[in-house]
Design a protein around this ligand. Structure first.
Ligand SMILES: C[C@H]1O[C@H](OP(=O)(O)OP(=O)(O)OC[C@H]2O[C@@H](n3cnc4c(=O)[nH]c(N)nc43)[C@H](O)[C@@H]2O)[C@@H](O)[C@@H](O)C1=O
Length: 349
C-alpha cells in the first residue's frame, strides 16, 4: 500500500457520501496526502458530523461540505462544474442490502441514478478527472465459484446487487463510449470503528461492549452461517485513492481473500470484550452463552433475508499487482479495534 501521506497526482477531490464510513475515512486519507476535499451529504439528512469529528478532520481547512441531491442531475453537474475536481469518488448510496428488499426501486434509483448523473457531470464538466465508483461484491449474487475476481460473471441476487451492477456497468460503458477515466471498485465487506450499526460487525461489537459494561444482556442476530470476506476499511479507501491515481480507468476487486462466518466474528468480538462465548443448539434455537451460562447471543428469524449468499470471497490479486494493495489487519485485529472503540465510546456515554 502506498505511504498514507505519499503525494497523489491530484490536488482536489470530490467525495459523495462524506459522512459515511468510507467517505470520512477517504477524506482523512486524502487530506493527509495534501489533497483538498469537497464532500457531499444528503440535503435534509444529518450533517456529517460524528465521524469527521472522531477522525479529527471536521475543522480541517482543506475540507468543504456541500448538501447535494444526487437524484438531481443538474445539481450534480453544477457542483462538479463549480468544484472542478481532478478525482471524483462516488461513495454515497443506499448501502443496506436488507433495506433493498423492502424498497427495491428506491435502492436501484438511488445507486443507479446517482452514478449516471455523476458520469454525465464528469463527461460534460470534468473530462480529465478520474471517477471512482464504490461498487460491491453483491453484484456476484450467489456465485458458483470462489474466490470471485474481476472476471467472475456478475449475477446479482438482491435488489441492492442489481443497483450496484447498474452503476458498475455504467462506469464501464461511459469509459468505453466517451474515453473517460472511470473506474469501479468491487468492494467486499470492509469494516472499521466507524461502521454504521446497521451492519453486522458493528452491531456485534457495540453489543459486546454494552454487554461487557452491563448495559445490555444479549444481542439477536440473523444468519450466523453466512461467510463474508471482511477487511479493514482504512486499507480499502487507500486503494480507492490509488485507483484515482492510475492513468486509465479500470475495475478492481478489493478484498482480504479470507472469509469468516458471522458466528466466528461474534466469538472474536466478545473475546475482545472479555467474554468467552460457547455456542449451543442450531437454527433458530442456536444461542451463545458466556462462562457463567448467561445467554449473550440469540437468533431472530425475522433478521434472515429472503436471499443471502452463503459465501462471498474476493481475490484481489489485480489490486495487489497494480495498486500495491496489501491489507494487513486480520479478523481478530479488526474485531479488537472495533470493540476497543466501542468500549471507549460506551465508557464515555
Ligand atoms: C459487500 C456489501 O457488504 C455490506 O453488505 P452486507 O454483506 O449485507 O453487510 P451486513 O453487515 O449487513 O451483513 C453481512 C452478513 O451478516 C448477516 N447477518 C447476520 N445477522 C445480522 C444482523 O443482525 N444484521 C445484519 N445487518 N446482518 C446480519 C447478513 O445476513 C449477511 O450475510 C455492505 O457494505 C454493502 O453495502 C455491500 O456492498
Amino acid at each position: 500500500m502506498p505511504d498514507p501521506v505519499a503525494p497523489l497526482p491530484y490536488a482536489r477531490a470530490l467525495i459523495t457520501g462524506i459522512g459515511g464510513q468510507d467517505g470520512a475515512l477517504l477524506a482523512q486519507h486524502l487530506l493527509a496526502a495534501g489533497v483538498a476535499v469537497d464532500g457531499t451529504y444528503r440535503p435534509g439528512g444529518a450533517t456529517p458530523a460524528w465521524r469527521l469529528a472522531e477522525l479529527r478532520i471536521g475543522a480541517d481547512p482543506g475540507l468543504r461540505l456541500h448538501a447535494l441531491d444526487l437524484g438531481d442531475a443538474a445539481a450534480c453537474r453544477e457542483l462538479v462544474a463549480a468544484v472542478r475536481p481532478q478525482a471524483i469518488f462516488h461513495l454515497a448510496g443506499q448501502s443496506r442490502v436488507a433495506d433493498s428488499f423492502t424498497d427495491p426501486l428506491a435502492s436501484i434509483a438511488a445507486n443507479g441514478g446517482s452514478t449516471l448523473h455523476l458520469l454525465e457531470a464528469l463527461r460534460n464538466e470534468a473530462r480529465d478527472a478520474h471517477f471512482v465508483l464504490a461498487a460491491s461484491a453483491e453484484i456476484f449474487g450467489r456465485p458458483r465459484q470462489a474466490p470471485q475476481d474481476e472476471t467472475t460473471p456478475p449475477a446479482p441476487a438482491t435488489p441492492y446487487g442489481v443497483s450496484k451492477l447498474l452503476a458498475h456497468t455504467a462506469v464501464g460503458a461511459w469509459r468505453a463510449s466517451y474515453g473517460l477515466r472511470a473506474s469501479s471498485a468491487i468492494l467486499f465487506n470492509h469494516e472499521s470503528e466507524w461502521r454504521d450499526e446497521a451492519f453486522v460487525t458493528r452491531k456485534i461489537t457495540r453489543a459486546a461492549a454494552r454487554i461487557a459494561l452491563g448495559r445490555e444482556d444479549a444481542v439477536a442476530l440473523g444468519n450466523l452461517d453466512a461467510e463474508r470476506d471482511f477487511g479493514y476499511a482504512p486499507e480499502y479507501v487507500a486503494a480507492l485513492a490509488a485507483m484515482a491515481a492510475q492513468p486509465h480507468g479500470d475495475d478492481f476487486v478489493l478484498a482480504s481473500g479470507r472469509a469468516a462466518r458471522i458466528r466466528a466474528f461474534a466469538t472474536l468480538a466478545f473475546a475482545a470484550a472479555g467474554i468467552a462465548l460457547t455456542w449451543r443448539g442450531s437454527g433458530a434455537e442456536e444461542v451463545a452463552v458466556d462462562a457463567a451460562g448467561r445467554v449473550r447471543v440469540t437468533v431472530d428469524p425475522g433478521l434472515l433475508r429472503p436471499v443471502d449468499a452463503a459465501l462471498l470471497l474476493g481475490d484481489a490479486a489485480k489490486a495487489r499487482r497494480v495498486l500495491g494493495f496489501a491489507p494487513q489487519v486480520d479478523l481478530a485485529e479488526l474485531a479488537r479495534r472495533m470493540v476497543t472503540a466501542d468500549l471507549e465510546r460506551e465508557g464515555r456515554a
